[in-house]
Design a protein around this ligand. Structure first.
Ligand SMILES: [Zn+2]
Ligand SMILES: [Zn+2]
Length: 538
């Protein structure tokens, strides 16, 4: 999702309007000269005005304070925030903030005072959730959804940008109240503190930090903990943005996206170790961008503070496993892959990716798994999919067994696309398509090569993910473990399959079931990662 480029003046206006709304609200209550300590609980942000209005009444009832609806316009879209207060003491504001959080506003936070620097900063969600200085590792997470020629970043209180000086000059930090604007100019980044400010030219990367330890970005007001790192890419007019934060804070936002709610705590803990291992082992994956990892499914889904859940089990799962990662032998594993449902047996990394890892082999997803059947055999595989096994730990979950139907026309179009993209090859004179055949499977039954007869020729598609893409995409065709039914409706192809995801490593539904059976996270991890062990590295 790349936001449409926004003109600078528009961004600036937006920000000013928003700042004005807060100042005005405070001024109305106290008069502009009253520099007393007051606290607000602010929830940000939604485009749904009704949702914002709905949040105001219960907050007023419980807190006994008024609330204000703050409005900001970005790209012709209105965003709303609810501010409850003012409160004369911090405790009441915290109580109200927590009320907002439990009411579906996980990003509620405290705004302190008229003089925003007068009070020790109160960081938003997640802050205070972790014991002080338990972790010293920072990670640079690329924010793939935002880039453009200019960027406005905001906060409450002081904000500071630092970069390198062009041509050896001194590069003092640029400081401002509440917002800074960064503009791509030539190879530089110009930092402005107001419309009138001609700006300070800095060489990238430019790091932006705020006193409260969190920064929000103009688009949809997503809030990020830690610092923001802004870089340039050669040959591009755009600015690229990354969040630089503590790995443990990062995990608080990754877990809800990667495993979801309603899981037993030991499953969260297993996921926390897995996600931490992935984060630390991916480091350097996006070196060209100056990032360690990215915020999309390519690495791990991360939405900043906005992605955090108020679920305390998730917070505690991260805390209680602080610094713990997955080892195989005497070193950290290169990858701790996971997937939502294996469908009965997990996949071997060697079979699907061609890279052999001792801890990523076929594992039967049940207490007493026995021998894996020869799922390369089409008839045995079909029986395996159709009969299912109630003893499977992931039995009955989403994608444990699935059906899909794809139009022949769509497959034909897909083949043409893949041939021109180089992900499929073709021989002979093609005309329509004949019966699709899986020519090669992994031992666990995942399709690794597909052959599609056409005229005098044949299409060949290799790779589990390419094959799933061709047959309707990885959401429809949930795994490579499938068979194409011989009798399909006219004009369409019917498929039945087992499992959701690539199947390598930990089966998340199985992990949840093991946790329900009373297994702790270490046993869950050693169940799915053969020879794997949990080691605390910091
Ligand atoms: Zn990535
Ligand atoms: Zn499973």
């Amino acid at each position: 999702m790349t936001p449409a480029p926004t003109r600078l003046s528009k961004d600036k206006r937006t920000h000013l309007r928003y700042s004005l709304a807060i100042s005005l609200a405070v001024a109305l209550m106290f008069g502009t000269a009253t520099a007393v300590e007051v606290y607000w609980a602010v929830a940000l942000s939604t485009t749904d005005r009704a949702k914002a209005v709905e949040a105001m009444a219960p907050v007023e009832r419980v807190s006994g304070a008024g609330s204000s609806l703050l409005e900001a316009e970005v790209d012709n879209k209105l965003y709303y925030r609810v501010a409850a207060g003012p409160f004369p003491d911090r405790a009441k504001a915290i109580e109200t903030r927590d009320l907002l959080r439990s009411g579906g506003w996980p990003d509620a936070w405290i705004l302190a005072g008229l003089d925003l620097t007068a009070d020790p900063p109160e960081a938003p969600v997640g802050a205070g959730a972790l014991p002080a200085s338990t972790a010293s590792r920072t990670i640079t997470v690329g924010l793939t959804w935002i880039s453009g020629p200019a960027l406005v970043v905001g906060t409450e209180g002081r904000i500071r940008a630092e970069g390198f000086a062009p041509e050896g000059a001194d590069a003092p930090a640029v400081e401002a109240e509440r917002a800074i604007e960064l503009v791509a100019e030539g190879d530089w980044i110009t930092v402005k503190t107001s419309d009138e400010d001609p700006g300070t030219k800095l060489a990238p990367p430019v790091t932006v930090e705020a006193d409260i330890g969190a920064i929000w970005l103009r688009e949809s007001y997503r809030v990020y903990k830690g610092a923001i790192k802004v870089t340039r890419k050669q040959g591009s007019d755009s600015l690229y943005v990354a969040d630089v934060l503590d790995v443990e804070d990062y995990l608080l936002s990754v877990l809800p996206a990667e495993i979801g709610g309603n899981s037993p705590k030991e499953a969260y803990k297993a996921q926390a170790v897995v996600a931490r291992t992935e984060a630390l082992s991916f480091t350097g994956r996006h070196k060209d961008m100056g990032w360690d990892i990215c915020d999309s499914t390519h690495c791990q889904v991360f939405r900043g503070l906005y992605g955090q859940s108020p679920n305390q089990d998730i917070v505690r799962a991260v805390q209680e496993t602080c610094g713990e990662v997955l080892f195989s032998g005497s070193s950290m594993v290169r990858t701790a892959s996971f997937h939502s449902s294996c469908g009965g047996w997990t996949e071997s990394s060697e079979d699907v990716w061609g890279s052999r890892f001792a801890h990523l082999t076929n594992v039967g997803c049940r207490i007493d798994p026995g021998q894996m059947p020869d799922l390369r055999d089409e008839a045995i595989l079909r029986k395996y999919i159709e009969e299912a096994n109630r003893k499977d730990l992931c039995y009955g979950g989403t994608g444990y067994r699935w059906k899909a139907s794809v139009e022949v026309k769509a497959v034909e179009a897909g083949l043409a696309r893949m041939v021109s993209a180089g992900t499929a090859t073709v021989s002979g004179e093609t005309a329509g398509i004949g019966a699709i055949r899986v020519a090669r499977r992994s031992a666990r039954g995942a399709a690794l090569e597909l052959r599609v007869p056409s005229g005098t020729g044949e299409y060949i598609i290799k790779g589990e993910l390419n094959i799933r893409s061709l047959l309707g995409g990885p959401t429809l065709v949930k795994s490579g473990v499938f068979v194409i039914l011989p009798v399909s409706k006219d004009g369409s192809i019917d498929i039945i399959g087992a499992g959701y995801g690539h199947g390598v490593g930990m089966c998340q539904d199985g992990a949840k079931a093991l946790a329900k059976l009373g297994k702790d996270y270490k046993s869950i991890l050693s169940f799915y990662y053969k020879g794997g062990s949990v080691v605390k590295v910091y």
